[in-house]
Design a protein around this ligand. Structure first.
Ligand code: HEC
Ligand code: HEC
Length: 241
């Protein structure tokens, strides 16, 4: 083969393009992770702990959720960090909004950091739990909303309120006894239908809350019933889609 300018340039161009896509992205990602780590360690660590396991030294009415167990994806975490947990349904605003402190790039870096560093198995875990759950047949599908509504009104509304806004007589009574219970305002939940199902099936503790305030329902209801109530919450209760 005769080597001329073109035969040399072409493979070289391909090689350098390949390098920049492979290593360029890696370098960029490393920079984002480094920046995310810096932000995490200066801002979040005091509440959420060095490995996202929640600092045990901190005394707050609502304990920070464990970021190494959260059901939230990276994009959902981005939203909570940006707007604060109250905006997305939490009763308290102990988890504040960071949109006046950090810009979107910085928030996305810290969301990347906590997802990769503490909770990298999250997507696989959620998928596996969904695959292991019972499928809903065509016949059952048509009944889901009415079955879900019944369960919601019978059980979930005791704490979450009839319209799901987290206000109920039961919760008010507990406040007087100082036995606080802060159900989320489900009209603003970030969770999608599958995640609501998994949250209700396994309960809050499984997904990183310190207490079992939100119980696991898997001994009381089968997957069909829990998927039904999740569908009802997602379609009839949730207001921000
Ligand atoms: C003052 C303590 C405090 C600080 C500082 C704080 N958080 Fe939080 N965070 C909380 C609490 C409390 C919750 C739970 C909210 C609730 O249920 O009311 C929470 C919830 C979260 C959640 C949602 C988890 C879930 O499963 O719903 C994410 C994500 C999160 N925090 C990330 C961060 C990041 C990133 C930072 C730093 C930029 C940070 N937090 C700083 C207290 C804090
Ligand atoms: C005994 C009171 C109680 C009952 C009954 C209850 N919940 Fe909860 N729920 C809570 C509390 C408290 C929280 C917030 C703390 C936590 O997650 O552990 C919560 C959180 C949730 C969340 C997470 C929302 C988010 O954005 O993070 C979902 C979803 C949920 N509940 C659905 C349900 C469904 C569906 C039912 C009925 C099958 C139900 N809950 C019954 C108390 C309750």
């Amino acid at each position: 083969m005769i080597l001329n300018k073109n035969t040399l340039i072409l493979p070289f161009t391909i090689l350098s393009l390949l390098c920049s896509t492979l290593f360029g992205d890696d370098m960029y990602k490393q920079e984002s992770l480094d920046n995310g780590k810096l932000i995490y360690e200066s801002t979040c660590i005091s509440c959420h702990g060095a490995k996202g396991e929640t600092s045990s030294a901190i005394f707050l009415i609502v304990k920070p959720r464990k970021l190494n167990k959260t059901i939230l994806s990276q994009e959902q975490s981005f939203k909570i960090i940006k707007d604060g947990a109250h905006y997305w349904g939490a009763h308290s605003d102990i988890m504040p909004t960071f949109k006046y402190v950090y810009n979107d790039d910085e928030i996305s870096n810290v969301a990347l950091y906590i997802s990769e560093e503490f909770n990298s198995h999250r997507d696989k875990k959620v998928l596996k739990l969904l695959q292991e759950s019972d499928a809903v047949s065509k016949d059952e599908q048509v009944k889901m909303l009415s079955v879900g509504e019944k369960i919601f009104k019978r059980n979930c509304s005791t704490c979450h309120g009839v319209i799901g806004d987290g206000k109920s007589e039961y919760v008010e009574k507990l406040k007087v006894s100082k036995d606080f219970l802060f159900p989320y305002n489900l009209t603003r939940t970030l969770l999608n239908e599958d995640e609501i199902f998994l949250y209700a099936k396994f309960g809050g503790h499984y997904w990183g809350t310190d207490k079992n305030d939100m119980p696991s329902w898997q001994n009381k209801y089968n997957d069909f019933k829990l998927k039904s109530v999740a569908k009802y919450v997602n379609e009839k209760i949730k207001k921000i889609k």
